[in-house]
Ligand binder design. Structure first.
Ligand SMILES: *Cc1c(COP(=O)(O)O)cnc(C)c1O
Length: 364
């Protein structure tokens, strides 16, 4: 039970969910409402470092009302999936990339960075004890949610001197049953997600809190998701609330906004770039204005747009609505390039295709 120099103490729950109840839950878990039996916690204190890594029953965490995170939102998280392999094993997809990004997010939020071996060790420990919660069906996976917050009890505004890292897991089915339905997007000109110098490239809860009013605005306009423009000029496409975006041009090349500090560096985004290039497509990272998207779609220069992220993998974009009107991507958003990239990616994630990149890590 070691993660490098660290040893996790493991205390299995005395009240695990019964096998019958678990299979009932796994039949239709939805997203983010069903949880496994255990959790991992690791503590940090200034001067002491990381200590007390443990695996124990999943349970509420008592909290003092003056706990810093409740006041100043010093919090970060990650999201990745564990997959059941055809031979009954369990794999993770690029967990080292999540470990690295978790460190980067911590540094931006002035938090103590968790050593990557502890992050990876926590994933392995939780999967080992809760492996029966990894769905068998080809659409399902176990969504892992590592997060960390300022646990110091103090109302002063400063980087906290104590942090709690927690890992929980939730079995999920594919976001969209029976094939992907294209998403509709609302282009917000009342809200932005991230400004230069801000926290746009950190995976922190605060970015999501700030995006909810824009998301509500999207719903009011009958759209599934919001797409944000840049904060400086309100001109360039950035990303969705929790997914990166790609455009497919008529000659087959892909364009995606560059990682300029205001966009979250998605691991799916990075994987899509690699797979598209391996399939012989040119991929260009450059700024794209909303105007280019609108006029390019009208002229036939842009033939598809899709969003990508761990939860929904790759989702075609259908209708795009904005203050001055709306347009729909060709073929009502049923993009062929998006579908083929999704298949390449999912086949690697699920062990159905050869992993040339060392992305898949077997944990059981
Ligand atoms: C997590 C996230 C993404 C997608 O990242 P993946 O690593 O591909 O899951 C994109 N945008 C935002 C804002 C995110 O928080």
């Amino acid at each position: 039970m070691t993660g490098g120099e660290y040893t996790f103490s493991v205390r299995p729950t005395r009240k695990p969910v019964s096998a019958a109840e678990r299979s009932a839950l796994l039949a239709d878990p939805g997203f983010g409402r069903v949880f496994t039996d255990h959790m991992v916690t690791i503590r940090y204190a200034e001067g002491k470092g990381w200590y007390d890594p443990r695996v124990e029953a999943r349970k509420p965490i008592p909290m003092d009302p003056a706990t810093a995170v409740l006041h100043y939102a010093q919090e970060i998280f990650e999201g990745l999936k564990a997959y059941r392999t055809p031979d009954g094993g369990v794999t993770l997809f690029r967990p080292d990339a999540n470990a690295r990004r978790f460190r980067e997010s911590a540094l931006r939020m002035a938090m103590a960075p968790l050593p990557e071996e502890l992050f990876l060790g926590s994933l392995e420990e939780l999967i080992k004890i809760d492996h029966e919660w990894v769905p068998d069906d080809p659409e399902g996976s176990l969504y892992l949610r590592p997060f960390m917050y300022a646990s110091e009890v103090y109302l002063g505004v400063k980087p906290a001197s104590e942090y709690l890292y927690v890992l929980i897991a939730s079995p999920v089915r594919s976001y969209f049953k029976g094939g992907a339905k294209p998403v509709s997007l609302w282009v917000s000109t009342s809200y932005t997600r991230a400004a230069p110098g801000g926290t746009g490239s950190a995976k922190c809860g605060g970015n999501y809190a700030a995006s909810l009013a824009a998301q509500a605005e999207a719903h009011e306009h009958g759209c599934d998701q919001v797409v944000f423009l840049d904060a400086r000029k309100m001109k360039y496409i950035e990303e969705l609330g929790g997914m990166n975006i790609f455009f497919v041009h008529a000659d087959g090349h892909l364009v995606t906004p560059p990682l300029s500090g205001t966009i979250l560096p998605g691991i799916t985004r990075d994987s899509v770039i690699t797979l598209a290039r391996a399939a012989g497509r040119e991929v260009v990272e450059r700024p794209v204005t909303f105007d280019e998207w609108r006029t390019g779609t009208a002229s036939g220069e842009i033939v598809e747009a899709f969003a990508c992220g761990t939860a929904a993998v790759i989702t075609s974009i259908g209708t795009v609505r904005y203050a001055g009107g709306e347009f729909t991507m060709p073929n009502k958003g049923k993009g062929k390039v998006a579908a083929s990239l999704k298949k390449s990616l999912v086949d690697i994630q699920r062990g159905r295709a050869k992993d040339r990149y060392g992305w898949v890590r077997r944990v059981l």
